[in-house]
Write a protein that binds this ligand. Structure first.
Ligand code: PLP
Length: 368
């Protein structure tokens, strides 16, 4: 048996007719850049996230960047985010002109540790970007409380958490703005690059919508210096097709996670993902921990099971951020888990048989 890490073709087969019809209508209307298919998706996605507005952009990285600018974050400001996230979170902060300030994560959840936020806050701090890693939200109540106490902007990086919930609230709807990526491998993935901002803030949504389109108020009348960060029409149309299935796909991912949990909980040396009341994860990634992660990964590969690591190097140890002069040991939890996490195959089209096979092979990994 072979178990790929991801199978985007299998997902495409399950929506082939609708996807082809959607692509055709975009082509027939030649609505390629922005346009009606993007607007329609924005309306649907805002509703899905329990928000008033959505602004479709070119990528999740664009969404984070535009959200920071829309909230007035810029040069001289500091923005706090987790040390173990995808680099885009920090890149957006840097390209907004601000300085990323990292905070360590909770060992059980791999998300931003709210208890460590206060010591990172000073008079330059303007915003916090909690990342909902692996499809499970960060602990938002204490984060929002600290932010409100210090008058800080909160931008959720919900790139891995489409449809996730925290105490009944949808990911992206809790902070000032929520940012999503529709990179093909995400729970809601485009046929290329795409992203979106969701928010209840009308003025800031308007800013982001203008920014992504060269600052245009109307065609060739530019109210501000913007950028080209528009969403393609094809992506809007495909995302509308897929959004209709997303709750169902997420529910299947949760069932898969339940099965993995059940089969792996008794296995020596394996730590399964956290289960805490109040969190509804969408399991973008099903990551376990193992003290001999690299050996286990090689072993599984020899059994035709393909895994990933999200992420092997925390941001403060990336060459790109060496100017921050943060040494090894600065964020011990992030560093520790980076050496132990392994992401198992996880997608709606995965079969129970495949999950049993993966668990069986992990059980058969020789302990020494
Ligand atoms: C995927 C991802 C991004 C970036 O999204 P792109 O669409 O690839 O630009 C940002 N943050 C996190 C946590 C992500 O997983």
């Amino acid at each position: 048996m072979k178990v790929p890490f991801l199978d985007l073709l299998a997902q495409y087969r399950s929506i082939e007719a609708d996807a082809q019809a959607a692509l055709n209508s975009v082509i027939e209307k030649t609505a390629f850049a922005g346009g009606p298919f993007v607007s329609q998706f924005e309306e649907e996605f805002a509703a899905f996230c329990d928000c008033e507005r959505a602004v479709g952009v070119g990528s999740g990285t664009d969404a984070l960047w535009a959200a920071l600018l829309a909230m007035g974050v810029g040069s001289g400001d500091e923005v706090i985010t987790a040390a173990n996230t995808f680099i885009a979170t920090a890149e957006a902060i840097s390209f907004a002109g601000a300085r990323p300030v990292f905070v360590d994560v909770e060992e059980h959840s791999y998300n931003m540790d709210p208890a460590q936020l206060s010591e990172r806050i000073n008079n330059r701090t303007r915003a916090i970007i909690p990342v909902h890693l692996y499809g499970r939200t960060a602990d938002m109540d204490p984060i929002l409380e600290i932010a409100s106490k210090h008058n800080l902007v909160v931008i959720e990086d919900a790139s891995q958490a489409h449809g996730a919930e925290y105490k009944g609230r949808r990911a992206g709807s809790m902070g000032d703005m929520g940012c999503f990526s529709f990179y093909p491998g995400k729970n809601l993935g485009a046929f290329g690059e795409a992203g979106a901002i969701v928010t209840n803030r009308t003025e800031q949504a308007k800013y982001a919508a203008q920014f992504r389109d060269h600052g245009q108020a109307q065609k060739y009348y530019h109210d501000m210096i913007g950028w080209n960060a528009r969403m393609d029409g094809i992506q809007g149309a495909i995302l509308s097709v897929k959004l209709k299935r997303l709750d169902e796909w997420n529910a299947i991912r949760r069932r898969h996670a339940d099965l993995y949990d059940e089969l792996l909980a008794p296995v020596k040396d394996v730590i399964t993902p956290p289960r805490t009341e109040g969190y509804l994860s969408v399991y973008h990634i099903y990551a376990i921990r193992h003290p001999r992660r690299d050996d286990l990964m090689e072993y599984l590969k020899s059994k035709d099971i393909y895994c990933g690591i999200h992420y092997p190097v925390p941001l403060h140890l990336q060459k790109a951020y060496e100017s921050l002069a943060l040494d090894k040991g600065a964020f011990p939890v992030s560093e520790k888990v980076a050496g132990e996490i392994i992401s198992l195959p996880m997608y709606a089209e995965l079969t129970e048989e495949q999950i049993h096979y993966v668990a069986e092979m992990i059980r058969s990994f020789p302990t020494n």
